[in-house]
Design a protein around this ligand. Structure first.
Ligand code: MG
Length: 162
C-alpha cells in the first residue's frame, strides 16, 4: 500500500477584536489571531501538512498573502484546494493529528467542537481526527501569550491500493 505522510506548522499573533477560528470553529474569545486571511492557525498547519504529503509545496505558494483575494478569506478554501490536489493524485486522507501550542485560550472545553469542525472540513470521520494542546510552561512568545502555534501531521493513502 502506498502511504504518504505530511507535516505542517503555522504561527499567528493575537490581535484584539478579531474572531478566533481554530479548525474552522469560532472559539468564543475577546482576542483573535492576526493575519491576511481569517488566520485559522489550525487549518493553515493542516493545509501545509496535506500539501506536504502530496508534494505540492506550501500554502504561501498557492495562496500568496500579497494577493488581495485572500484578505479575510475562509481558510477552508485553502484546505479544500489542497485536498483537491491530493485527489488528483488519487491520495485520500486517512487521519490527521494536530497540536495547538499556547497559554490561552484553554483548548479543552472546545476540543470536540474543533475536532468535529476540522473533520467536516477534511471530509473524514471525527474519529480520524485528533486535537490536542500544550502550553510552553510560560516560556517564549507562546508562554507570554503573544500568539498561537499549531503543528499538524497527516497520513494519506493511495486510493488505488486501499
Ligand atoms: Mg498562517
Amino acid at each position: 500500500m502506498m502511504i504518504r505522510v505530511g507535516q505542517g506548522f503555522d504561527v499567528h499573533r493575537f490581535r484584539a477584536g478579531r474572531p478566533l477560528y481554530l479548525g474552522g470553529y469560532e472559539v468564543p474569545s475577546a482576542v483573535g489571531l492576526d493575519g491576511h486571511s481569517d488566520a485559522d492557525v489550525v487549518l493553515h498547519a493542516v493545509t501545509d501538512a496535506v500539501l506536504g504529503a502530496v508534494g505540492e509545496g506550501d500554502i504561501g505558494l498557492h495562496f500568496p498573502p500579497s494577493d488581495p483575494r485572500w484578505r479575510d478569506a475562509d481558510s477552508t478554501v485553502f484546505l479544500r484546494h489542497a485536498l483537491e490536489l491530493a485527489a488528483r493524485k488519487d491520495l485520500a486522507l486517512s487521519n490527521c493529528d494536530v497540536t495547538v501550542v499556547g497559554e490561552r485560550p484553554k483548548i479543552n472545553p472546545h476540543r470536540d467542537a474543533i475536532r468535529d469542525a476540522l473533520a467536516e472540513a477534511l471530509a473524514i470521520p471525527s474519529d480520524c481526527v485528533n486535537v490536542k494542546a500544550t502550553t510552553t510552561e510560560g516560556l517564549g512568545w507562546t508562554g507570554r501569550g503573544e500568539g498561537l502555534a499549531c503543528l499538524a501531521i497527516v497520513l494519506m493513502t493511495c486510493r488505488e491500493t486501499e
